[in-house]
Design a protein around this ligand. Structure first.
Ligand code: SAH
Ligand code: SF4
Length: 383
């Protein structure tokens, strides 16, 4: 390294892993700063960001627009492209694919590809042309999760670590590349509903959103982030000008039932969450989604539906409810609601004036459905 130049501080140094610095994840200004050190003209920034975020290269050697001497100098400084790699892929009978994708330190995260959307987020009324593919990618924000919802398999991992912005956006690009998605043509929705609580990794999560919008070219209106109700995160989110749509995991009609399945309720109860949600100024036609995991006999009675209806009408917000039938996992003390109960619950909400949809479970046979992301590599028939 030339004298006087500082060694780049890698996120990996602190983890004691291989000391390479991923380029993928650096925002424009950071790429500018990097190239300035090599005394390169400004247009090189566009070439490099184009290669990373629009051409999805795996290796610096593929960036033929940059002179070889520059590519060599960049890699001598310890930089590599650092696009996450798919280490394992599982395909469901319904077409869903679940990937284990390796992060910067070799730890894996889970990302799910759902062709034709997920039935809950794709209700934008638009028609798919014959040549147009539509799909939803479910993205993780942390490895594991600290929130400890009792019905969720990810919770069993505990929190292992936060993902970096590059690792979050990298999951998306890795899947887009594998699926040969045509940006600007295919209709791709992103849901930040994989492993982890995005609002407990707020800065990296939002940095990933900005990269995906500004560099990769996916509109924020096609993105939804789900939170278990982290109030300080919701309040920060309310101040963002560029942001995805918001979904709140409600999962219960009142605090007593919610605290039993989501201990986070003791920190921020339903009214705290509602007050924070009201601070988000919604765009034209935008609605807040309330997710509701139906747990047999626990929160799926008609009285519960009535109470949810009252709660949400009181909120006086443009909103909709996504009902999710609980996806089972081994050793969990819950049962799935039967189909009649689900239909009646939905009907009851609708009658009370609340738009309610039932999310089609996707990829249950490969542990890809909501709340099943636990880096399971052995496949067990769960139903
Ligand atoms: N941590 C965030 C986002 C990821 S979880 C959150 O909790 O909102 C995404 C959704 O899956 C949440 O609405 C959660 O309530 C739901 N979920 C968790 N475990 C589930 C399970 N076993 N079956 C069905 N839905 C589940
Ligand atoms: Fe974490 Fe969401 Fe699972 Fe709760 S449901 S433990 S917040 S991933």
């Amino acid at each position: 390294m030339p004298p006087g130049r500082k060694k780049p501080i890698s996120i990996l140094d602190s983890l004691g892993a291989a000391a390479t610095q991923p380029l993928f994840g650096l925002k424009n200004q950071q790429l500018k700063d990097l190239l300035r050190e090599f005394a390169e003209p400004a247009y090189r920034v566009k070439q490099l960001s184009g290669a990373l975020y629009r051409e999805w290269v795996d290796d610096l050697a593929e960036v033929s627009t940059l002179p070889k001497t520059l590519r060599d100098a960049i890699s001598e400084r310890g930089y590599q492209v650092g696009l996450p790699k798919i280490v394992e892929a599982f395909t469901s009978v319904d077409g869903t694919e679940r990937y284990l994708i390796s992060g910067n330190d070799g730890q894996t995260v889970e990302t799910v590809w759902m062709p034709d959307g997920d039935g809950g987020e794709a209700d934008d009324g638009s028609e798919a042309g014959t040549d147009l593919r539509r799909a939803t990618i479910c993205v993780s924000s942390q490895i594991g999760c600290a929130v400890n919802c009792q019905f969720c398999l990810t919770a069993k991992l505990g929190i292992i670590r936060n993902l970096t912005a590059g690792e979050i956006a990298g999951q998306v690009v890795t899947v887009l590349k594998r699926q040969k998605v045509r940006i600007g043509r295919d209709r791709i929705n992103l849901v930040f509903m994989g492993m982890g609580e995005p609002f407990l990794n707020y800065d990296e999560f939002m940095a990933a959103v900005r990269l995906l919008v500004e560099e990769v070219g996916i509109p924020e209106s096609r993105m939804t982030v789900s939170t278990s109700g982290i109030v300080p995160g919701i309040l920060r989110f309310a101040e963002e000008t560029l942001r995805p749509k918001l979904a709140i995991s409600l999962n219960a009609p009142n605090d007593a039932i919610r605290a039993g399945i989501m201990p986070i309720t003791r920190k921020w109860d339903i009214s705290d969450v509602m007050t924070a949600v009201k601070r988000v100024s919604l765009r034209a036609k935008e609605k807040i989604t309330f997710e509701y995991v139906l747990l047999g006999g626990l929160n799926d009675r008609l009285d519960d539906a009535d109470e949810v209806g009252r709660l949400l009408r009181r909120a006086n917000l443009p909103l909709k409810v996504n009902l999710i039938v609980w996806n089972p996992g081994p050793g969990m003390p819950y049962r799935m609601s039967d189909p009649d109960t689900v239909a009646q619950f939905q009907e009851r909400l609708r009658l009370s004036g609340i738009p309610a949809f039932v999310r089609r479970p996707r990829g249950r046979d490969i542990y890809a459905a909501c709340g099943q992301l636990k880096r399971t590599t052995e496949l067990v028939q769960v139903e």
